[in-house]
Design a protein around this ligand. Structure first.
Ligand code: NA7
Length: 544
């Protein structure tokens, strides 16, 4: 046996590591790379049979990132970005997954990853100072550090509809889409849900289906994405400046630089100025629209101007007066539910074979052998697509049986809502780290910028602990309480809590209604992270 493969097989059989990383998406991949850089051993467990995380599972038609591709990429390596060329302004899922595989090849990541393996439990042994991690394949490994790179939108959720197992057709969830794809040609299809996944997939499903019925519970604001092929000069320019741009992005609120937020409140603009600002941002496409006024996400007055403008633009596209009122959102401020970037979504409802059912007026009662019953009427279908979202931000963590000090379960501790310090860890769970956990900017930002911010902070922390021979790190309860309060106060200063959104946990029956991400922006948050580290991990307890 060659030396190399002996080493590989030793590593494959190993049961003790410096760190276990759960998840091989963008976060887990980079975390592994950084830990290797410290000379530490790590094992990544991943439920999918390849890298990718979100982009591995969400293979539904039209799946596309809503952050521009030139910004939605790693920014830690000049070589990685130089040798990769994006093709569109917003990358589609297959291209992002190819990119992740390219990075995995380049950094030779897979040799420390175990695929098709779901972590089921992690328990802290206080005496040994080690985490024992168990999987659905019967693995039982130990590590000093346990790092959750489980993603914010990874616990796909099919609502508990009566009768689903009786349905004789095929059904799918957008977040767990078959690898081989689905051909809807000539089929009668039902899509339930009109968030981003519904808005992206509905136009493409409609192209194939003989008949499409969309069940909508909440009309969403949809804005034109303005997707387009990327011209060569734009790509070349970005290759030259990416690393520098990324440093800048880290100081901004959203971790992106493709647009800036206005510094002027709506009330300080004339009606003409407001109109101009909204129009130019609408035409730009994407989230730029939400930056039209400094107070757009903070006051009803400012938000109302933007919402009215958005409704007027949406109305222009919808031909059937009978469905205009259904498709125009009027029960929440614009932006407080995740905006959906639209490529021919609204136009889809102008087609005669596409039908819209308002679930608020006609709630879904049950699923039968042949379709869905709502408002006393049965809608027959060959296939049902659940675009019903995720148990966001906490679902992937609480579905693992995580037991910290004294056997306390994370899911019990978080029963009334997630409690973290900085979104990085939770009191009572030493050496357990969350990448983009609740209480950090995460989903309100360019995820890759936030992932890099966390991975680098965690790697630096682990490096310092290892060097200093420090046994453990864990948030202090009072620091955590203050942070949770601060996260709540920031949210209360915005309009975010005013909608039933997955940011609030509102899409999951029984989940506490708490605004989970940190709304203070990536830049301010990054300063806080740096201060904490510089002050020898203020707010954390270090175990000797
Ligand atoms: P979302 O945004 O959570 O959307 C889920 C949709 O499904 C939304 O329209 C929900 O209505 C609807 N839904 C959920 N449960 C039900 C039930 N029981 N009955 C009817 N309709 C239901 O998930 P997505 O996958 O689209 O997007 C998630 C994020 O991924 C997205 O924001 C981007 O960041 C990427 P509701 O609005 O709750 O009334």
């Amino acid at each position: 046996m060659a030396q190399e493969s002996k080493a590989a097989s030793r590593q494959a059989d190993a049961t003790e590591f410096d760190a276990v990383i759960v998840g091989a998406g963008f976060a887990g991949m980079y975390m592994l790379h950084r830990l290797r850089g410290l000379g530490l051993t790590a094992r990544v467990f991943e439920a999918g049979d390849g890298v990718g995380g979100t982009w591995y599972w969400n293979r539904y038609p039209g799946a596309r990132c809503d952050v521009e591709s030139l910004e939605y990429q790693y920014g830690f390596s000049d070589e990685i970005q130089r040798d990769w060329t994006w093709t569109e302004r917003y990358a589609a899922q297959p291209e992002i997954l190819r990119y992740q595989n390219y990075v995995a090849d380049k950094l030779d990541l897979r040799r420390d990853m175990q695929f098709s393996t779901r972590v089921t439990a992690a328990a802290y042994d206080e005496r040994a100072g080690l985490w024992t991690v168990e999987t659905d394949r019967g693995d039982r490994v130990q590590a000093k550090f346990c790092i959750m790179a489980t993603g914010c939108l990874s616990a796909a959720r099919v609502p508990d509809f009566d009768g689903l197992n009786e349905f004789e057709g095929a059904w799918y969830h957008t977040g767990d889409w078959p690898k081989e794809g689905v051909d809807f040609t000539g089929k009668r299809v039902i899509v339930i849900g009109t968030g981003s996944s519904g808005v992206q997939s509905i136009p493409l499903i409609a192209e194939q289906a003989a008949h499409l019925t969309v069940f909508q519970r909440t009309a969403n604001f949809t804005l034109p994405a303005g997707n387009r092929p990327l011209p060569k000069d734009e790509i070349e320019r970005s290759k030259k400046t990416l690393l520098q741009d990324r440093q800048h992005a880290r100081t901004t609120a959203g971790g992106i630089i493709c647009f800036e937020y206005s510094e002027t409140p709506a009330a300080e603009m004339t009606p003409e100025e407001r109109q101009r600002e909204l129009e130019s941002r609408w035409n730009m496409g994407g989230f730029a629209f939400l930056g039209a006024f400094a107070d757009l996400m903070a006051t009803h007055e400012a938000n109302h101007h933007a919402a009215e403008y958005a409704r007027a633009r949406m109305r222009e596209v919808i031909k059937d007066p009978a469905i205009v009122d259904l498709l125009l959102p009027n029960d929440h401020p614009v932006g407080v539910k995740r905006l959906c970037l639209d490529t021919h979504y609204l136009e889809t409802f102008n087609q005669p074979h596409v039908e819209l059912v308002d679930v608020r007026k006609a709630p879904i009662e049950k699923i039968t052998k042949t379709g869905v019953v709502s408002g006393g009427k049965e809608y027959e279908a060959d296939c049902i697509v659940f675009a019903t979202g995720f148990d966001a931000m906490t679902g992937a963590l609480t579905s693992i049986d995580i037991a910290g000090r004294n056997g306390v379960k994370l899911s019990d501790k978080w029963a009334a809502g997630p409690r973290t310090y900085l979104g990085l860890g939770s009191a009572g769970f030493p050496n357990l780290f969350f990448i983009t956990g609740p209480g950090s900017p995460s989903v309100l930002s360019n995820m890759i910028v936030s992932i890099e911010q966390h991975v680098e902070w965690i790697a630096d922390c682990i490096g310092r602990l290892t060097e200093g021979n420090i046994r453990s790190i864990e948030p202090k309860k009072d620091a955590e309480d203050v942070w949770v309060e601060h996260v709540n106060e920031l949210a209360a200063g915005t309009l975010y809590p005013q909608a039933n959104s997955w940011y609030m946990g509102a899409n999951i029956p029984g989940k506490p209604r708490i605004f989970m991400p940190y709304a203070g922006g990536v830049g301010v948050y990054g300063e806080k992270l740096a201060e904490v580290a510089a002050a020898d991990y203020e707010g954390f307890e270090l175990g000797a």
